[in-house]
Design a binder for this molecule. Structure first.
Ligand SMILES: [Zn+2]
Length: 131
């Protein structure tokens, strides 16, 4: 972010800037929340970063406050029920995916152990306990 500086604006000015630069959705207040599609974070109008041009007092851009995320207003969606469900589903999916991967790895090493154990054996050992 060299060459650009964050501006300190009053709440009113911030809201004004947001309304001007975010032509996609309505801003009623700075406490309104948006879901950033790029970083997957929930942000509020107050948190949104306003980046000022090198020469000029008017902030030129508004960007996502999340580190390393430069999402623009078009990528912020209101957290409607639909969006919240999607977030929850993505979260569950991620957790499920981790679980499946872990289980897959465990199975693989288990099978490797089994195959190496049975090599050279003519009759398989009867299994003990429930399968
Ligand atoms: Zn973001």
């Amino acid at each position: 972010m060299s060459g650009l500086s964050s501006t300190t604006l009053s709440d009113e000015e911030k809201l004004d800037v947001l309304r001007r630069l975010d032509q996609f959705r309505q801003w009623q207040s700075l406490d309104q929340k948006r879901y950033c599609l790029v970083c997957g974070e929930m942000i509020t109008g107050r948190e949104i970063q306003m980046i000022e041009g090198a020469c000029g007092e008017t902030p030129l851009r508004v960007v996502c406050p999340t580190k390393h995320c430069n999402a623009m207003p078009v990528e912020w969606v209101p957290p409607t029920e639909e969006v919240l469900i999607t977030i929850a589903m993505m979260d569950a999916e991620r957790r499920w995916f981790c679980l499946v991967r872990r289980a897959g790895r465990a199975m693989q090493s288990f099978q490797r152990r089994r195959t190496s154990n049975t090599i050279g054996r003519t009759r398989p050992k009867p299994t003990l306990g429930p399968q």
